[in-house]
Design a binder for this molecule. Structure first.
Ligand code: FE2
Ligand code: FE2
Length: 167
């Protein structure tokens, strides 16, 4: 149903999503260490979403009868210079993942593989939301400067985007 090339790219994406999961666990732990519970919870929730993404890609491989070969997961960054530094890294990660998913989509399009293109639609919409929410969080953080309570207040007020959608 899908090509070896697509199968390989999707397996690589499983690794990228698990890497994002572990990276957000590390970011959440960093915020916990700074006694910033709202930001810690925000990134713990984000980590869980990345795990769900990895499992969705694994299910797609199973559904299309492809072998699942989870690649080695790189060590996450655990030391950060500042709150802004950690959120900047999260923002860049979302931009990078968006490009990775677009690359799979482009490969599928070049193969006229409608199954994969259709499957990736959900991820493209999800990436738009995640890049947008990280960009907003980064801007709020820069505006807050040294007043970390302002970021905590913002996250407490607005919550996580998924919670906002869920109501
Ligand atoms: Fe993801
Ligand atoms: Fe993400």
């Amino acid at each position: 149903m899908i090509s070896q090339k697509i199968s390989q790219l999707v397996n690589e994406q499983v690794g990228h999503e698990f890497a994002a999961f572990i990276q957000y666990v590390a970011v959440s732990a960093y915020f916990e260490s700074l006694a910033l519970p709202k930001l810690a919870r925000y990134f713990a929730k984000q980590a869980e979403e990345e795990k769900v993404h990895a499992l969705k890609f694994i299910k797609f491989l199973n559904d299309t009868d492809q072998a699942v070969a989870i690649p080695p997961i790189p060590q996450p960054a655990c030391a950060f210079k500042s709150v802004e530094d950690a959120i900047q890294l999260a923002y860049e990660q979302e931009v990078r993942v968006t490009k990775q998913i677009e690359a799979i989509y482009n490969q599928a399009a070049s193969e006229s593989d409608r199954i994969t293109q259709n499957f990736l639609q959900w991820f493209l919409a999800e990436q738009l939301e995640e890049v947008s929410s990280m960009d907003t969080l980064l801007k709020i953080t820069r505006r807050a400067g040294d007043n970390l309570f302002r970021i905590e207040d913002y996250v407490a007020r607005e919550g996580h985007p998924e919670e906002a959608i869920a109501g």
